[in-house]
Design a binder for this molecule. Structure first.
Ligand code: MN
Length: 296
């Protein structure tokens, strides 16, 4: 099943090229704030699933092209992200560590944006903003101190994710926290539709130039390990998002670029890049260009 948000905070199930509004089944009020409707759907999915499946079969279908898709989970309790989780990316960054001996960091939920939203570059001249193509895991149930072997019990589904970053040596979270620096979508695909996520192809293009191409089999810390590590530190809640790390090929984007990310059995997003006027901070006043080793 594909779960999406669209329009004015509506929840939908995607069926082929259409979407069926299931907001009333979830009992999430339109305009409700904070927007936790999809978190509630995920937390209560076992009970809701038959009604959602029935709606997908018989409900009024609206063409996907006619609606504006929103980020599927705008208000998770946290977005967890694993740094340097592909060896080839570690080599291009000349990083001396990997996710296995570094752990994770967090991105603020306010950085989340949707498949129809542009990435807005902050006004920090002399700094590059880079794309990072990543598979997102969406947590399905409360988890703490779990065994890696039980990982499947805690996964709701998957999505495409861009972990945008201002390159530099300052605090990683600071450089990755800007609004629109975490596009997620175009929807969440439930785990049963994706099957085994340990061998999924992922690609990213900028203006139709292929920049990143990888398979999740090359993850350093695998998906079970990422869930176990996160749940060793903190309680994971339904709707929490894990960014699994980016492969080699990261690079800058500028005003007018178009980023396309495609993950097999998950979906595709096409995200324009715009230069914004806000976001200037003196922290970035010293110019910095990363020394990235290009690999082929
Ligand atoms: Mn990343």
């Amino acid at each position: 099943m594909k779960i999406a948000r669209f329009g004015e905070n509506r929840i939908g199930v995607v069926v082929d090229q259409d979407i069926v509004d299931v907001t009333e089944i979830v009992h999430a009020q339109d305009q409700h704030w904070p927007p936790v409707g999809t978190v509630c759907l995920i937390a209560d999915f076992d009970r809701l699933r038959p009604a959602l499946e029935a709606a997908a079969l018989t409900g009024d279908r609206v063409p996907l092209m006619s609606v504006r898709l929103l980020t599927p989970i705008p208000w998770p309790s946290k977005v967890i992200a694993y740094p340097v989780n592909y060896h080839d990316h570690g080599r291009e960054m000349q990083a001396h560590y990997r996710a296995t001996n570094q752990g994770f960091f967090l991105k603020p939920p306010s950085s989340l944006s949707g498949p129809a939203d542009p990435v807005v570059l902050p006004a920090n001249p002399g700094r590059e903003v880079h794309h990072e193509s990543e598979l997102a895991i969406v947590i399905g149930r409360t988890a703490r101190d779990i065994e890696a072997a039980d990982w499947r019990d805690y996964v709701f589904g998957y999505a495409c994710l861009l972990d945008m970053v201002v390159r530099g040596r300052e605090e990683r979270v600071f450089r990755k926290a800007f609004d629109t620096f975490c596009p997620v979508g175009p929807w969440i695909v439930t785990g049963d539709e994706v099957g085994d996520p340990s061998a999924v192809d992922m690609r990213l293009w900028v203006n139709d130039e292929l920049r990143q191409s990888a398979n999740t089999r090359d993850l350093v810390l695998d998906i079970p390990g990422m869930i176990e590590m996160a749940a060793a530190v903190m309680t994971l809640h339904p709707g929490d998002i894990i960014a699994t790390g980016t492969p080699a090929g990261v690079g800058p984007v500028v005003d007018g670029d178009v980023i396309r990310i495609s993950i097999d059995r998950v979906g595709e997003m096409v995200i324009p890049v715009r230069q914004g006027v806000s976001g200037h901070t003196p922290v970035f006043d010293t110019p910095y260009t990363p020394d990235i080793v290009k690999q082929h």
